[in-house]
Design a protein around this ligand. Sequence first.
Ligand code: PMV
Length: 327
Amino acid sequence: MSIIVSAPGKLVLLGEHAVVHGQPCLVTSVSQRLYLHAVPIESPELIVEAPQLHVSVYRKPLAELGEGAVPKAMAFIEHAVRRVCFERPHIGVHIRTHSEFSAQYGFGSSSAAAVCAVAAMQQLYGNPLDLNRVFETAYGTVRDVQKTGSGVDIAAATYGGTLVYEAGGRRLEPIAFPLAELIVGYSGVKADTVTILNEVADRARRYPDVLSSIYALMGQLVRRYVDDAATLSIAEVGELMNLNQGLLEALDVSSTRLSAMVHAARAAGAYGAKLSGAGRGDCMLALAANRSRADVEEAITTAGGEVPAVRLGVEGVRTEASHPAFV
Ligand code: PMV
């Protein structure tokens, strides 16, 4: 018996960082998926082959999962399996992964891998796929590994679509967003979420009132979108993105490259543009009318970015009949 599951990546539309501090955010899933193949094995151990993470073969007894040095690339899968394997402590699992997107993009491949590992193990143990349990367990995994984080990547990978989200899944509601008008720009720089979150946390210790005010303002932008989604013009949605970028600049999580891409997109006719995710690298988003799309894409590229072809708001974690990577 073997199981193949897949889960999408994500992009934060509004409210990153503030979501770690109790505010709502908007997130959407990205068409590129992480695939995971799991087979039960007789020895009580975890075996992982993840060539795109530069892990040819990784092995660890189930009883030792989470203990000792855990390589960064393996941490999410190892902790996810640790959280579920107690149900069948004598059955090991051999996992292989295949990613349609580079871990560089910041689409959240580690979170997608954690979601897939939990979803696959659930089914290997004979249980139906239970999205709420997948979310809870995979969110616990993020907390095990990072000690911080809102779980927004986990929510997008699990439920898919576009969501209003609050940390820990306190709020998880589908919402419409003009996804067809979004353009994604990759900065070419890999960002390390935990390092940036720690830097911001350090600044928050020195300027607690300032940072909590910035988070509150970010939350207001998200609430404004959620309350008025049906009536906001696309230009107003762009304006909310620009305001959000200004607040992210105030947190000092943009970068010369990201800010250049954002300003180039606006100058080329985008209604709005902002970085997406933790910042310093990874991706930015621009919102543009169809007639400006080509100009905005060119401006982002000229500013040093790359425009990957993506579809947004796709289905969350699902079981696959087969995948060519696993034949
Ligand atoms: O992992 P990233 O870079 O997409 O960041 C996710 C959004 C943050 O709000 C910065 C972190 C979090 O856990 O919510």
